[in-house]
Design a protein. Structure first.
Length: 109
């Protein structure tokens, strides 16, 4: 591969990464808005991260690197901000990629 070809390949990779980062930032705003809307219309709601994902989807396509890391970070961040809190309940995941593992149930803080 020539230096020029390598340069073009690296440029395309950088552009793809930048687009992905911008898409995740939009997703983050949508994620917070979905939780706030859920709690506004049902202040007594108990929900999982999967309930939110049904509204906004994953930040990156399933199966890609770090596709789901942001989900837990968003839930923890909302808890740190005093918007939501974990209940003592857990539910089995409904997503096949999670293999039925138990996930936290959240509510309004």
């Amino acid at each position: 591969m020539s230096a020029a070809q390598l340069g073009l390949q690296l440029k395309e990779q950088g552009q793809t990464q930048a687009e992905g980062a911008a898409a995740v930032q939009v997703w983050r705003v949508e994620f917070v808005a979905a939780v706030v809307k859920l709690l506004r219309y049902n202040p007594d709601a108990q929900f999982t991260s999967e309930d939110v994902l049904q509204r906004v989807g994953l930040p990156r396509p399933a199966g890609t690197s770090n596709a789901n890391n942001a989900v837990g970070a968003m839930m923890s961040g909302l808890a740190k901000r005093g918007i939501i809190r974990k209940t003592t309940k857990r539910r089995p995941s409904t997503r096949t990629s999670s293999h039925g593992r138990e996930i936290a149930v959240w509510c309004k803080a």
